[in-house]
Design a protein around this ligand. Sequence first.
Ligand code: ADP
Ligand code: GLC
Length: 473
Amino acid sequence: MTIIHISAECYPVAKVGGLADVVGALPKYQNSSDVSSKVIMPFYDNKFTKANTFNKVYSSKLKLGESLIDFNILTLNDNTLGFDIFFVDVPSLIFKDYVYSNDDTERFLAFQIASLDWVSTWDSLPDIIHCHDHHTGLIPFMLQESIKYEAFRDVPNIFTIHNAQYQGWFSHEKVGLIPEFNFNNVGLLDWGGAINPLAAAIKCSWRVTTVSPSYMEELKNAANGLESLLSAEANKCIGVLNGIDTSVWNPETDTYINTNYSIDNFKEGKAGNKKYLCDKFNLDFDKPLFAFIGRLVLEKGADLFPEAFKTTLEKNNASILLLGSGNEDIQTPLENLMGKYDGSYNAFIGYDEALSHNIYAGADFLFMPSRVEPCGLNQMYALRYGTIPIVRSIGGLKDTVTDISETDGFGICHQEITAASMVNAINRAIELYKDSSNYNNIQKQIMAIDHSWDNSAKTYINLYQSIKQLSND
Ligand code: ADP
Ligand code: GLC
């Protein structure tokens, strides 16, 4: 079976968030003697593309409205990723030093058209086309409706919603950019008077998945305007929990972290990493270290931090380290806190892959007070590194973290999105930290939880097989 994943991000080539981690891991876990899972992604001007060499396998021109635009398909020389990867190089549109910006409509349309133009030239078409998020949301529509892609009508496609907040809306004035289709069906593109790639994907793909079962349920009541569509299409929707790539996220072998460790020597190992962080960020090693890694946006609950952090830091019994960047009105107050609590609070504003690994390894607790969390990978990385997650019970967080008050519970969960409930959770964590034998037992317990992609990769393969069966019938 040949599967192609089409995505805007893929770790380690280009990463903005968890989408990259998923697309950089799932194909690796799907590959086997009878499955060949490949990735098609855009070719950006970034660190990875500068550091590697590529081989051109195809060149042509794509039609975007009235314009004919040159594109190439490239592959990676010396590919050690664990799956085949192909890059859509559109020098005039896509080769930029960013992944997302305000020109996404044209860039990702060009990406989607070039991908299908190229795949249509293959000797045999793939068995499954698996698209991820709205940047590839017009593919299911084009496969079903575009005149030039008629050969794809029987090729099953799956669409995964990683985050329904972002839908890729654009005006009907740009409908001419989409390859010619029977205009009677233009309604398939529409939601609320705009072209909505996410809605079009939900309508046209053979199956829709989201990245956790709870998020699938929550979408029926909170999907940024798509609630009724998702309820109407419920029969083809399923929640499949993401996994983690345990070859990348393994404290025994992680080359980013200061001190490697396993379940057998985690106390010393975590202490080595905590010391590294505390020295680097001027934090008191003896206090429990709380951390946050992620986008500083409302969705992640980061607006609660200034008040929750101040209340906690005034008591002088915890250290807090933050890694992230985002909305200015959330980021600035967190930057302004730096210097006010020397020895207890610090922040790195920006993106730093190596530092993130060191924080999972060295922190004692990780915050995730998310308003919305389709899956969340950070809590699973934290578990693997023996760091106790403090989460709001929502979406994938609800599916992966059980509160310590429950049987076999190992995390700290709260329901409300208020600074007060965060502070309450922090206080519970501090109490747990003081009870060192219980705390260490929980660390050991969480390091042994298996969140690798093994199970979910199989669930996807079963799903592909079931829809392939439909295309044969
Ligand atoms: P989302 O995709 O919604 O941002 P996820 O929890 O699925 O959230 O994944 C976030 C991924 O991005 C994780 O791999 C996390 O470690 C990483 N990450 C987020 N912010 C940063 C940052 N500032 N520096 C380094 N890695 C980050
Ligand atoms: C999105 C979601 C996040 C999820 C990730 C990978 O970015 O916000 O919760 O873990 O996709 O599926």
